[in-house]
Design a protein around this ligand. Sequence first.
Ligand code: NAD
Length: 348
Amino acid sequence: MPQKRNSSPARSPRRAPRQVTLIPGDGIGPEVIDAALGVIDATGVNIDWDRQLAGAAAMKRYGSPAPDQLLASLRRTGVALKGPLETRVGEGYRSINVYLRRELDLYANIRPTRSFAGIRTPFKNVDLVIVRENTEDLYAGIEHQVAPGVVESVKVITARASRRIAKFAFDYARRNKRTSVTAIHKANIMKLSDGLFLNCARTVAREYPKIKYNEAIVDAACMRLVTDPASYDVLLLENLYGDIVSDLCAGLVGGLGVVPGANYGKKGAIFEAVHGTAPDIAGRNLANPTAVIMSAALLLEYLGHPDEAARISKAVHDVIKAGRHVTRDLGGRAGTIQMRDAIIAAMA
Ligand code: NAD
């Protein structure tokens, strides 16, 4: 069987040193981003960081969660390392994450989800890649009240977006020597919207005869993921299912603190962890920096530094396997800073 490995889908044509937008984010964001900066620094890769505020931090400073200079920076650099941003539940401004992904047309969200030796979980060899459509579905944000007590949220699925995310998933699978792509859907109920998504996936699949194509209904797929995750490889999902299923998959490998993510488009890329601002542990040196550090490794790969990316990834795996300097969520007693320092030491 071919060796599985994960790598970014595209390389930036330019070499470092180059400017990269840095968004520390809200809650635990600044702590984990700081840890990632220390680790990148230790690789010797020279990056000119353009620090920008977004989300609650920008709201406080500039009165806008997405100030003009943030967009200008992202358009100029085309690439960012980003901490999580706060979005209030049921009130306040719309998600800045969704806004940024749509504004830059970062249509593909990739979440490589792999087991770590040293983290005790029910399964040892989870190796999944979530490919999530990032620009439409219920995240289009089209909601209205029809009458008091009756609201509608519109699910938008287009053939164009469905085809391009399916193509991305198959291209990713081919480039990374993965064996299968499974489209996850609920087309038995949403016959038009999920039916269109599925039809597009089927059409694209025919162009990749060497990669197995499967389909699974989302509820059944969730059950199978928690009983037999090895039966899946690359998962292709619409926006909402992708969001939910990727957190479920994070649970299979040790939680939200360890899963990295990247948003890719034709104009650029934003690298960020799957997790949010974790307000319950923010500012207390408790956050696990792994997810953002692994996202930083994906960033280095994208910038054309695969060896340095591999060094980071190996050091993170080594530190977690040793188990002496890991954070509380992984059963250890180290703080964010101590875990960062152990990772840097492991890179030496
Ligand atoms: P969350 O991911 O912030 O936290 C869920 C749980 O996981 C909490 O118990 C938290 O302590 C824990 N956790 C998360 N990251 C961790 C880490 N690195 N180390 C250790 N434990 C960690 O999810 P939530 O509580 O649903 O959301 C909080 C806020 O984050 C909300 O405003 C939400 O909108 C936002 N959010 C942002 C992003 C993003 O910016 N990409 C993603 C998800 C959620």
